[in-house]
Design a protein around this ligand. Structure first.
Ligand SMILES: [Zn+2]
Length: 155
């Protein structure tokens, strides 16, 4: 999927700028207006990874999801947390931000509208529609990437 996102973004007539630096908080700034030139700015920090947690309760029950059973805490406690912790690599942070650009160019009006809504729906769209798919593909290739099913599942 990462390859197809890169291929698709190369067909966009607008120029997407990728800003790279050590003090940058990764993000995508979509263009405010469609002028045929500005494709927005992806900001990326190659030194920044992200600790996340993977809650089995919230995993989609799909054949492509490797569902493991984990136990954490005391089994008689209803409030016990069942979590697996992991780390998203800087490379995943980059595909996450490029995923925002991909989704923006797929539906500009929808993306702009989602940006005005509370609860960051565009973040869960990128996490669910792109980030977890890429991570699942990498895991199938033997890479040890952490995974989160919701944007807010950062440790
Ligand atoms: Zn994001």
């Amino acid at each position: 999927m990462a390859r197809s996102i890169l291929d698709e973004l190369q067909t966009v007539p607008e120029q997407i700028v990728i800003k790279i630096g050590p003090d940058i908080e990764p993000k995508y700034r979509h263009p405010k207006v469609d002028d045929g030139a500005d494709g927005g700015i992806v900001e990326w920090n190659p030194d920044m990874s992200l600790d996340v947690f993977d809650s089995p309760r919230e995993r989609p029950s799909a054949s492509w999801v490797r569902n493991k059973r984990e136990r954490y805490g005391l089994f008689w406690r209803k409030s016990r947390q069942i979590r697996e912790y992991g780390t998203l690599s800087p490379a995943i942070a980059l595909i996450h931000e490029l995923g925002h650009a991909y989704q923006f160019f797929g539906d500009r009006a929808g993306y702009r509208s989602a940006m005005t809504k509370a609860g960051s729906p565009q973040e869960d769209n990128v996490v669910g529609g792109i980030e977890t798919v890429v991570i699942t593909e990498l895991r199938q290739l033997g890479h040890d990437e952490g995974i989160r099913w919701y944007y807010g599942h950062t440790a």
